[in-house]
Design a protein around this ligand. Structure first.
Ligand code: GDP
Ligand code: MG
Length: 701
């Protein structure tokens, strides 16, 4: 058993995840040869399956890094493209198709790419090997291929045939060895023939005596020797399916062929033939090469690890960070800030929010039902059923007109859909606060988590919305019929309404001031006095006439705004005066003081609504949110989701990746060291040509 190669292949797959740097390449067997020399056939014979792209027109355009992994304990054979994440492929036709697609994806114009395809094949019948298939050397560029293609392929091959790789130089027996592109290329980088295995394919196509002579070629002597093979699959036997292992058929075919000729079969023939022997030789050579490169590889890993460790210390102060801990910490912090928020957003805050909202509604009603009333001298007011607000303090307390006004306003307020409004106000506020919490947390850089939090929030709020809104509406129902006021409430609302009106007055005056500075105070006075006259019936003639007075339409609109603001301010001052007066001290005069009474109603609606909002919405939300959050960002996430979450933040990504790199290098180094210790203790003789071990693949020769 080739333990070393197996372990080294394991280490190599660890290193592949580190992010490959040249220094960490482990030795492989690199297959070179000209087009149609039989490269693919040899590789397939070794693997035992037809899986390589076929076709006459440059089907191999990218290096294929083929890793064979012997799985003695499992009968299943399958392939995996680790970089593609397609999972196991047990159908070799599927593997062939995938390889073809990957190769053909290289644009026609580029022809070859040096981006390797990684393919692992697991089988109980393959040896542990790492092989690299390269595009074949071409002699003459075809018409539709760019001139520099030949050079491009040669350059790509040159990259791979460097030490410590072993070169598998493929030449066909029916082509003069002196013309073999593979051997020529090999000779350039390995002039003493120390790490090249010569493979002569198509031995069946030449006369056995000539075949024997080729294998004994002394022109380019190779320490690892030449091996003659016949790799063509005997076609007749395989009409029943392509997924069948062809190892046996090939070796049987070879045994028949070579066995029939003493030039190959005689014990003193002095040549090595057959794919079974080739396979054994590959294994022992790779094992030996791996053993030789142990120290260098270990040193390279050491150095990489040292660099990673240094960087980790300098950049991150050795602070450990994994995707899991990052998520857990972020989640913890977020829950903390949420908890903090729940302590500061309770009944008083909800009450204030809701009261503010209802205050706005009250102001709207007052504006449309009271304050829009004409000043007595305004002749443009043509609705005769309307009474001027200025009369309100002086009408007698039984006046039906003003009674109806207040009753209608009160009813509009209590029936405006307080349940829905109140629930909406609180739900919106909660959403906004959650958005704020996100923006203040580490999650702000993570779209996935952000969405999860927003979804958790919405899920609970949506779930609670209708029942809360119904509950609130139900509880304020009594106010739709009767509202009782005690003295304390009245006094409080009298103060509230004065403040509210003062605010409104301030806003009015502010707006008027802005208007003035906007169009100039002189111009504003002019256009306003023009509009006043218009309203009092002077120049009432034509609308078109207005332009004639030198006022443009936009200016007139501004003027109207000015008049409105001035009048509104006047009314507000008047009403403030009324509210301060003795008349509004007692609730008995509520019809004279609609502002105060409507505030009483708003207060009552608010207090009642808040009680239920607190129980039905707020407490429910506070209780359920952390659970919903755990559901979405907690244990249920897969390792991959956690990883991709954490890496959304480029800074975190760098930190995690460096840590992962460091850990993988540590792991690789650890395995490397135990492997070296094992090798030392074995002190086994070096395996080379002529001392091929008889292993499981021992064959007939
Ligand atoms: P590649 O272009 O170097 O990959 O060569 P292939 O493996 O595709 O083989 C080219 C052609 O040679 C195919 O038609 C094979 O069937 C044929 N071939 C390969 N090996 C042998 C062999 O040992 N004997 C014979 N007669 N034909 C072979
Ligand atoms: Mg091929």
């Amino acid at each position: 058993m080739m333990v070393l190669t197996k372990k080294m292949i394991e280490i190599r797959s660890i290193l592949q995840n580190v992010g490959q740097t040249g220094a960490l390449q482990l030795p492989s067997i690199v297959v070179i040869g000209s087009q149609s020399s039989g490269k693919s056939s040899v590789l397939e014979a070794i693997v035992g399956h037809e899986f390589l792209p076929k076709g006459s027109n440059m089907v191999t355009r990218r290096p294929i890094e083929l890793t064979l992994i012997n799985t003695p304990d499992s009968p299943s054979e399958y392939g995996e493209f680790p970089a593609l994440g397609l999972g196991r492929m047990t159908d070799f036709t599927q593997i062939q198709k995938t390889l073809t697609d990957l190769n053909l994806a290289v644009p026609e114009a580029d022809c070859v790419s040096d981006d390797p395809i990684q393919l692992n094949i697991y089988s109980p019948t393959v040896p542990d090997l790492s092989l690299i298939d390269l595009p074949g050397y071409i002699q003459i560029s075809a018409l539709d291929q760019p001139e520099e293609l030949k050079a491009k392929i040669a350059a790509l091959c040159d990259k791979y045939i460097q030490p410590p790789n072993v070169i598998l130089a493929i030449s066909a027996a029916d082509v003069d060895l002196a013309n073999s592109t593979a051997l020529r290329a090999s000779r350039r980088v390995d002039p003493r023939g120390e790490r090249t295995i010569g493979v002569i394919t198509k031995m069946d196509l030449v006369d056995p005596a000539r075949g024997n002579a080729i294998l004994k070629d002394r022109n380019y002597p190779l320490r690892l020797g030449y091996v003659g093979v016949v790799c063509r699959v005997p076609s007749t036997k395989f009409s029943f399916g392509r997924n069948v292992n062809i190892t046996y058929a090939i070796s049987k075919n070879e045994n028949t062929f070579f066995g029939a000729h003493p030039e190959f079969a005689a014990p003193d023939s002095g040549v090595t033939v057959g794919t079974t022997n080739l396979r054994k030789r590959l294994m022992s050579v790779l094992e030996q090469t791996m053993a030789q490169s142990l120290q260098a590889t270990s040193d390279a890993i050491h150095q990489e690890l040292e660099e990673a460790t240094y960087e980790f210390k300098v950049q991150y102060n050795d602070r450990p960070l994994t995707a899991e801990t990052y998520l857990a910490e972020s989640l913890d912090k977020f829950k903390h800030s949420f908890k903090d928020f729940t302590e500061h957003f309770g009944r008083p805050q909800v009450r204030q929010l809701l009261k503010h909202e209802l205050d706005q509604k009250v102001l709207d009603f007052l504006a449309s039902r009271y304050w829009n009333k004409p000043l007595s001298e305004d002749k443009s007011w043509n609705r005769l059923d309307e009474r001027p607000i200025s009369e309100l303090p002086n009408v007698d307390s039984e006046n039906l007109y003003w009674h109806r006004r207040l009753d209608a306003s009160t009813s509009a307020l209590t029936k405006l859909g307080v349940g829905r409004l109140a629930t909406n106000v609180v739900a919106n506020a909660l959403q906004q606060h959650m958005d704020r919490l996100i923006s203040e947390s580490t999650f702000r850089a993570h779209p996935f988590a952000k969405q999860a939090i927003q979804e958790a929030t919405n899920a609970i709020l949506n779930e609670r919305f209708y029942s809360t809104s119904d509950q609130v509406e139900n509880c304020i129902k009594p106010y739709k019929f009767e509202i009782e006021v005690d003295d304390r409430e009245w006094a409080q609302s009298r103060e509230n309404s004065q403040n509210s009106l003062k605010e409104e007055l301030k806003a009015c005056e502010e707006a008027l001031k802005n208007l003035k500075s906007n169009i100039g105070s002189k111009k504003l006075v002019q256009v306003m006095s023009f509009i006043d006259k218009l309203r009092q019936g002077e120049h009432a003639d034509t609308k078109e006439g207005t332009e004639a007075f030198g006022f443009s339409q936009p200016l007139l609109r501004k003027g109207m705004e000015g008049v409105f603001l001035r009048d509104r301010a006047e009314i507000l001052k008047m009403r403030l005066y009324a509210l301060k007066s003795k008349q509004c001290v007692t609730s008995a005069n509520k019809y004279h003081c609609p502002e105060v009474f409507l505030d009483v109603v708003a207060e009552k609606l608010t207090s009642t609504a808040v009680l239920f909002l607190n129980v039905e919405l707020l407490s429910e939300f506070y209780y359920n949110f952390p659970r919903e959050l755990d559901n979405r960002l907690g244990r249920h996430l897969s390792q991959q989701q956690v990883e991709s979450f954490a890496k959304e933040d480029p800074k975190i990504r760098k930190h995690i990746e460096l840590q992962q790199r460091k850990e993988l290098l540590e792991l690789a180094l650890e395995k490397m060291e135990s492997l070296m210790a094992l090798e030392k203790s074995k002190k086994a003789p070096v395996v080379g040509e002529g001392s091929v071990r008889t292993g499981r693949w021992g064959g007939m020769f």
